[in-house]
Design a protein around this ligand. Structure first.
Ligand code: HEC
Length: 126
């Protein structure tokens, strides 16, 4: 059992090592974004204004970090633009929710999820 655990640990550090090579994105950051994005869509469907706003604000903050990452990396204008677009969409969600427009907020959340996929198509290595 111990051996298996050590093996798993070595394997996962190897994988992490590959992902972190050449200034790649922090995987915890993307995992956080993933969790928040899921939480946001369920809170929007529950019309929970307080929780939706909290999720969207946190996503906004994390996309600032994503944007900084790609600005620093250079040669990734498309990713910088997609980070900005994601940030703008979180602001649209916050604005719509505060006006009690949950349909509009849900539309923006759908666009946000599409933006995730667009960026992954270009920049996420399998
Ligand atoms: C501007 C580009 C960009 C945007 C926008 C983006 N991602 Fe990512 N994401 C990446 C990159 C790049 C990786 C791979 C990181 C690496 O390989 O270093 C990644 C990886 C991930 C992963 C895998 C993490 C893991 O632990 O394996 C998840 C999950 C994820 N993103 C979710 C999301 C969600 C959900 C959104 C939208 C709400 C999103 N991402 C938006 C660039 C982006």
């Amino acid at each position: 059992m111990r051996k298996v655990l050590v093996g798993l640990f070595v394997l996962s550090s190897l994988i992490a090592g590959v992902c972190f090579a050449d200034g790649d994105l922090d995987m915890d950051l993307m995992q956080n974004i993933e969790d928040l994005n899921k939480s946001l869509s369920s809170n929007l469907s529950l019309k929970d204004a307080k929780a939706s706003t909290a999720d969207a604000k946190e996503l906004n903050r994390l996309f600032i970090t994503v944007e900084e990452h790609f600005v620093k990396r250079g040669d990734a204008q498309n990713a910088v633009d997609l980070s900005k677009k994601s940030k703008d969409l979180t602001v649209e969600i916050i604005t719509a929710v505060s006006a009690n427009k949950f349909d509009a907020a849900t539309d923006s959340a759908t666009s946000l999820s599409r933006t995730c996929r667009t960026c992954h198509t270009f920049y996420k290595k399998e």
